[in-house]
Design a protein around this ligand. Structure first.
Ligand code: FEO
Length: 402
């Protein structure tokens, strides 16, 4: 029995769902699986858009055969070389040896990095540049380079006939699909958190390059977005584009406080509970607390992209920042977070060095600043420190209200 989905008269969906994956890219915990999307255009010429991850070789090759339904495969567009989409390039070329591989020069070079072919495929390549087009009969496809969204060879393909953008990794999300292919078939608002976690962790570092792609996309009349992960977008394109504008420019989505703490024996946690209560007493809404030892850094990074103010509370450990907190801070620095206000609480039973070390790391972030008051706890909170807590909370509140 075939599992081929129609997107419209000419396009078919050939993607697969990984419901057993625990870590995407061997880093990011998956809470609801992952989809690897691939598409087929059946026009006077047939066109395959990317492939899927290697574990799904048999399923994908069967999908492709079923969707072609006896037709030959004429073109194979490769928008992105990462193996979650490109693992089956050799399988496709072996099965359809006359296929024209449509991609850019950088991607071609990477194909040879990943694969050794059984025959010379040089004649198969149709190398395209920015703005080049391919006519398939009724459809015109235009190629738009999108370097570093998420790898240097990435391009996206725009169908000017059906006004579909094949967006590679852009506008995708973590999460497997469950029958419904389109964003207007699900409670889309509930999925924004995973769109944010996907964006921030996968391409969060490359805000300038994402902005360049968004600027190019503004000139296109896009009715449908077909990404390589997640739902096909046709209702929420402007919602996700607005989110991307914010994320790519490192603009906070919410004016409130994210409290990220590490606590060995609960005393630093206690300090954060008190701070959060005091902030709430000032009427500050949507405060969020994260124990960085119990939530994977990828979730905390996504929240850091969302919030305007981030309170870091951590312990001195091995004469350094507590290990899980150090990982989180390194994550936000390496993802190029900007435009944030930080506050710091440190704890140390015989020596406290972590506030200074946290500050040194975060000082590298562009357009970011620190609340001038830092609190040092020696092991556990003391009654006489409440005045310091009140001072810190007031400074944060005043900064939020600026
Ligand atoms: Fe989904 Fe960069 O690959």
């Amino acid at each position: 029995m075939k599992n081929i989905r129609k997107i419209n008269e000419n396009y078919r969906y050939l993607g697969v769902n990984d419901r057993e994956i625990s870590l995407f890219e061997n880093v990011y915990p998956m809470i609801d699986g992952m989809s690897y999307n691939s598409y087929l255009l059946k026009d006077e010429k047939t066109v395959l858009f990317d492939t899927v991850e290697k574990s799904f070789r048999a399923e994908f090759m069967q999908n492709l055969k079923d969707a072609l339904d006896g037709c030959n495969l004429d073109y194979f567009i490769i928008n992105h070389l990462e193996p979650d989409h490109a693992a089956l390039i050799k399988d496709v070329v072996d099965k359809y040896p006359n296929v024209k591989i449509v991609t850019n020069q950088k991607a071609k070079d990477m194909i040879y990095q990943f694969f050794e072919f059984d025959f010379d495929i040089e004649a198969n390549f149709n190398i395209v540049k920015e703005g080049d087009t391919l006519n398939t009969g009724k459809h015109n496809l235009t190629f738009v380079l999108a370097p570093m969204v998420h790898w240097p060879e990435v391009m996206v393909t725009y169908d000017t006939t059906d006004k579909i953008l094949f967006s590679a990794d852009a506008f995708g999300s973590f999460g497997a699909l469950s029958g419904n292919l389109f964003d207007d078939e699900v409670e889309f608002e509930e999925l924004i958190g995973e769109y944010r976690r996907y964006y921030t962790n996968i391409v969060g570092k490359y805000g300038a390059q994402v902005t360049a792609l968004l600027n190019k996309a503004k000139n296109l009349d896009i009715k449908t977005v077909c990404p390589l992960h997640g739902l096909i977008l046709r209702k929420n394109i402007s919602l996700i584009a607005d989110k991307y504008q914010k994320w790519a420019s490192y603009t906070p989505e919410i004016n409130s406080v994210l409290v990220v703490y590490s606590s060995v024996w609960g005393n630093t946690k206690n300090a954060c509970e008190i701070i959060a209560s005091k902030l709430a007493a000032y009427g500050i809404k949507n405060i969020k607390m994260i124990d960085i030892s119990h939530l994977h850094s990828s979730f905390a990074l996504a929240s850091a992209f969302k919030y305007s103010h981030i309170l870091i509370a951590t312990t001195t450990y091995n004469n350094d920042i507590f290990v899980n907190m150090k990982h989180f801070i390194s994550d936000i620095v390496s993802h190029n977070l900007q435009n944030r206000t930080f506050a710091i609480i440190e704890n140390g039973s015989w020596v406290s060095v972590c506030a200074q070390k946290v500050k040194e790391l975060l000082s590298t972030l562009k357009n970011s600043k620190f609340i001038e008051k830092t609190i040092t706890i020696k092991s556990a909170l003391k009654e006489n420190q409440e005045i310091e807590f009140d001072e810190l909370v007031k400074l944060i509140k005043d900064d939020l209200n600026k």
